[in-house]
Every structure is written in structure tokens, then in C-alpha cells.
Design a binder for this molecule. Structure first.
Ligand SMILES: Cc1cc2nc3c(=O)[nH]c(=O)nc-3n(C[C@H](O)[C@H](O)[C@H](O)COP(=O)(O)OP(=O)(O)OC[C@H]3O[C@@H](n4cnc5c(N)ncnc54)[C@H](O)[C@@H]3O)c2cc1C
Ligand code: FES
Length: 510
């Protein structure tokens, strides 16, 4: 696997994001990011009569929407008993309602705009991991019932799966093909008058007339700006102390159709694992296996893909070759819910971030929520998802203590000092005096050398041997192995390259 791993969904061709109708420099609303969040918000705003310009640096569906596992769930990953603890019983119930409304909206849009995206209502099953505390399942059952979910307890487990005890069944969940859906939304948005432009936003200035400053020196003037870039790039700190970046992994292989239940299946392990099916035709289904998340830049000892393979084998012996293995980035908010709404302290700027493992429904519910805030100034979900909310949860303290610890890398030894032994396709951080350098051996044997200093807030990046990238353990920025360009924000610029003579100096002194 490498940093550009291909997902099953990427078989779906997407149009290049051509600039439609000349290069615009103004719009009523400028939306940044053409993933499911940005395109859903743009479509909803256009339906409400707003004139919208949507820009993206890399094209339609170029981000995490192409790397998802596409569970559409109101049975949220973070558990309802925890949501009750963070947001109260009413908050947990509102979270359930808003995610169910998001699944309904995806179904409604698929129907209204004739989007053929394999949308299907299916049940979800939460299984206890072997040796798990069954009390957790009981707590979740009670809390999910209070939040209004249609949940039942199946004492005998689930037929066709190893019976490890009672499981919870959630009705009314769904699945779809994320890029077929995104393409349908894009087509509907174009027809509704949304203009699209391929451009990188370098910064956003708030105000009565906020402006998007483009990386190529251009400028877009708007009445409102929506930052739907998955991770905000325009603020260095604000939301980054309230969310943490995780890497997540997926495999897909063919199995005979009908061998596994057509359902969303996930377990109570920490980190958790999940299974689902996607129709493949010719009497086959794709079995998708995912999970084994870990903090970005803080890889576990065991290869997550190996662990997923082993876990899937326990459920389905007939899994043929694994044809796809990919990874992606999930941004976990410290209190289980995304940050959607007014950008704290910035006039007429709105933001969507902290997607978590329920990012597709968070992104979708952002469409009516942000549209209502722009058009009417209020929405019943606004307080629950308010990006300005402050909750000093145990998770908040833990995540920020973890970030602080990562800065000690500056004092630690490098990965290696034997630059000559670095094999092609691998990288290592080398300590040289007070500096740390990120050295990568290209396939042709030449050496690329970059500063190991993350341009976001100065942590030292680490080599990710599995995905072949430089990953920042602080807020999850990721950089390409050879030239250091940004793969994932919040960093706005890549790792600084070293000039040729400095490379010689580092490699001979190391
Ligand atoms: C492995 C994995 C499994 C997942 N499984 C699920 C699941 O089962 N269910 C679920 O609900 N969610 C799931 N998620 C989460 C979900 O996929 C994401 O939350 C969602 O796709 C994010 O959509 P987005 O539009 O916010 O971001 P993206 O799809 O990342 O789109 C952001 C866009 O912004 C653009 N951009 C960034 N910076 C700039 C800039 N400066 N200027 C211009 N453009 C910019 C990027 O090019 C990109 O196209 C999963 C995620 C992963 C990685
Ligand atoms: S991502 Fe914040 S310091 Fe690197």
C-alpha cells in the first residue's frame, strides 16, 4: 500500500472539476471542498435560491469521500451512553434524529434526482468483541432506546455469524455507493445553477463581505463562505485542540452472494472493526472489512491490514483474494459530534469538521443546518453542533496531553543514522545537531531530503512505513514521501525541501 492507495469506489469515473461559465471572482456563497459535505451544502443552498460557487483544490471526490466504507447510520459509533454523558439525554436524542434525517435526505435526494447509487435500507448489528464487557452492550441498548432508536436485543446472537453472545439490532440503517451518489449530487447541483471551479483556497478573511484568497493569487468575494475542506486549513489552532486525526483501514474482496447478511456489522473492540456488503453482480458480493484505527503518526506495533484480514477470516471463510486495500483519515471530535456551523469568531464564515466514523451523515446533515444558518440565522440542531462549544471532557484532556507529548521528538534520537542502508521506497528521520530531517530513498536510488518540521505548528513528522508518507503525530497533517506536498491538512504548505549541498551534508554527517 502507499499514500495513494485505491479504494473500491474509485472504479467510478468522476468528471474533472472544470470551471463552468468563465473564472468567477464573486458569489453569494463560496463553498470550499467538493466532498460529500461541500457538494451537499452547495446543492441545498442552490435549492434555497442562493447563487453558489464551489471550489476544490484536487477535484470532485478527491478527499475522504472516496475512501469511506459508506455505512449510513443513525446508530452512532461513539455510543449513545457516551453521547448522553457529553450532551445530555436531549442532546443524544437530537443527535439520533439529525443522523436519521440525514439518511432520509440521502434517500430523498437519490429518488428526486434519480441517482443510481445502490442506496439500500439495511439493519445494523453491534456485536460484542470476544471477551468484551457485556454490560457495555446493555448500557448502549438502554441509551439507544432512550434516544429513540429502533433497537432490539437478540439474545441468541446473529445467525450465520459466530455466536459470541447477545447482539443489538438497529433498524433503518442504510448503505450506498459514495462516489455514484456524489456524482449524482454534482449533476443535480450543476443543473440547479451551482458553479464549480478547480482552485486552492489559501486563506479566508471574515467580515461583512468575506473573501477567499486563492493560492494562485486570485480572490473570491462572497456574502458567506463555507469551509468544507474536511479539516479547516484557514485556522491554525481553533478546532484542532478539540479533535484528533486517526488513520483507518479497509479491505475489499469478493464472496459468493448471499453468504453473509446484507447488514452493517461492527463490534465493541477498541479500536473497532466492521463488515458490510456491496453488490458486485455475477453471483458475487464485495465484502468490505474495515477499522483498526490509530492516531495519525502513532502507528501500532501490529500491521492493521493483517489484523483486519485475520478478523474477517473468522466471519467468512470464503473470502477470495483481497483486491483492494486502502486507508483514509478520520477526524475524531472529543465529544462524539462534528463541528458544524458558524466558525467561532469569524463573521459570515461557516465550517464543517470533526466528521468521525459517521462523517457521511454529519456531512449530509450539515446541508440543511448551514443553509438555514445562512438563510434564516437559526436551526434546531445549531447548538448541538456549534463549533464554538467547549466541553473539557476526559477525551479532550487526553488528546491534548497526547499532542503535547509528541513535541518531545525534537529531543529524541532519529530513526537511524545509517543513511546508506535506507532501502528504496523507505524513509527515516535523521537527527543532525538540533535539526531533524526526513530522508526518503527513491526507487531509482536517489535521496530526497526534507525538513522534518511540520509547517502547521512545528511538531516533528514521523515516517509511516505502511503508507509511505510523512505523518505528523500532533494534528494529523500528512506529506508525500519524496517531495513533501500536503496529503492531509491542517498544514497549508508542504515540508520544506533541502538544497542539494545540505542533503550531502546530512547524509555524510549522519
Ligand atoms: C476508511 C474510512 C471509512 C469511513 N467510513 C464511514 C462510514 O462508514 N460512514 C460514515 O458516515 N462515514 C465514514 N467515514 C467518514 C466519511 O467518509 C468522511 O467523513 C466524509 O467522506 C468526509 O467528507 P468531506 O466532504 O467532509 O471531506 P472530503 O471528502 O475529504 O472533501 C474535502 C475536499 O476539500 C478539498 N480541499 C481541502 N483543502 C482545500 C483547499 N485549501 N482549497 C480547496 N479545496 C480543498 C479536498 O480536495 C477535498 O476534495 C469514513 C472515512 C474513512 C477514511
Ligand atoms: S499537524 Fe499540527 S503540528 Fe503538524
Amino acid at each position: 500500500m502507499n499514500a495513494e492507495s485505491q479504494s473500491l469506489w474509485m472504479e467510478q469515473p468522476l468528471p474533472p472539476l472544470a470551471t463552468t461559465g468563465g473564472r468567477p471572482d464573486a458569489a453569494q456563497v463560496c463553498v470550499i471542498g467538493a466532498g460529500i459535505a461541500g457538494v451537499s451544502i452547495a446543492l441545498r443552498l442552490a435549492e434555497a435560491g442562493r447563487q453558489v460557487l464551489l471550489i476544490d483544490r484536487d477535484g470532485l471526490g478527491a478527499g475522504e469521500t472516496a475512501r469511506t466504507s459508506a455505512h449510513l447510520a443513525s446508530a452512532l459509533d461513539d455510543r449513545y451512553y457516551r453521547l448522553e454523558h457529553w450532551h445530555g439525554k436531549d442532546g443524544a436524542a437530537l443527535a439520533a434524529q439529525s443522523h436519521a434525517a440525514a439518511v432520509d435526505l440521502i434517500e430523498e435526494w437519490s429518488r428526486r434526482y434519480a441517482i443510481d447509487c445502490d442506496f439500500e435500507r439495511i439493519p445494523g448489528y453491534l456485536l460484542p468483541a470476544p471477551g468484551a464487557d457485556v454490560q457495555e452492550l446493555e448500557r448502549e441498548y438502554e441509551a439507544a432506546l432512550r434516544a429513540g432508536l429502533d433497537v432490539t436485543r437478540l439474545e441468541a446472537g446473529l445467525a450465520a455469524l459466530p455466536a459470541w453472545g447477545p447482539v443489538l439490532r438497529f433498524a433503518g440503517q442504510a448503505r450506498f455507493h459514495p462516489l455514484k451518489y456524489l456524482l449524482g449530487l454534482y449533476t443535480a447541483a450543476l443543473a440547479a445553477g451551482v458553479r464549480f471551479m478547480r482552485a486552492e483556497a489559501g486563506d479566508v478573511e471574515d467580515g461583512e463581505q468575506p473573501r477567499v484568497l486563492l493560492a494562485d493569487g486570485g480572490l473570491i468575494q462572497a456574502e458567506s463562505v463555507v469551509v468544507a475542506s474536511n479539516v479547516p486549513f484557514h485556522r491554525r489552532v481553533a478546532l484542532h485542540t478539540k479533535q484528533a486525526a486517526y488513520r483507518s483501514y479497509m479491505l475489499a474482496g469478493l464472496i459468493p452472494a448471499g453468504r453473509m447478511p446484507d447488514a452493517l456489522i461492527w463490534d465493541t473492540a477498541d479500536p473497532y472493526r466492521y463488515l458490510r456488503l456491496q453488490p458486485a453482480g455475477d453471483g458475487k458480493d464485495w465484502l468490505l472489512i474495515g477499522g483498526c484505527d490509530h492516531k495519525t503518526g502513532q502507528a501500532p506495533a501490529r500491521d492493521p491490514l493483517e489484523e483486519l484480514r485475520e478478523w474477517a477470516g473468522e466471519y467468512c471463510k470464503e473470502l477470495e483474494n483481497i483486491q483492494y486495500a486502502w486507508s483514509g483519515q478520520i477526524i475524531e471530535p472529543v465529544d462524539g459530534l462534528a463541528f458544524i456551523g458558524r466558525d467561532p469568531g469569524a463573521r459570515n464564515v461557516y465550517v464543517v469538521s470533526g466528521d468521525s466514523g459517521n462523517g457521511l451523515t454529519h456531512a449530509t446533515l450539515a446541508a440543511p443546518l448551514i443553509t438555514a444558518l445562512i438563510v434564516d440565522g437559526e436551526h434546531p440542531w445549531a447548538a448541538l453542533y456549534d463549533p464554538a462549544r467547549k466541553r473539557l471532557t476526559g477525551d479532550w484532556l487526553e488528546e491534548n496531553a497526547n499532542v503535547a507529548l509528541q513535541y518531545r521528538d525534537w529531543l529524541a534520537a532519529g530513526d537511524s543514522n545509517d543513511v546508506a542502508a535506507l532501502p528504496p521506497g523507505q524513509g527515516a528521520v535523521i537527527r543532525h545537531g538540533l535539526h531533524r530531517f526526513a530522508l526518503y530513498r527513491n526507487e531509482d536510488g536517489s535521496l530526497s531530503a526534507l525538513s522534518a518540521r511540520c509547517p502547521h505548528l512545528g511538531c516533528a513528522v514521523r515516517w509511516n512505513a505502511l503508507e509511505r508518507s510523512w505523518d505528523c503525530p500532533c494534528h494529523g497533517s500528512r506529506f508525500a514521501a519524496a517531495d513533501g506536498h500536503v496529503l492531509n491538512g491542517p498544514a497549508r504548505s508542504g515540508l520544506e525541501p533541502l538544497a542539494g549541498e545540505r542533503i550531502d551534508g546530512v547524509s555524510s554527517a549522519a
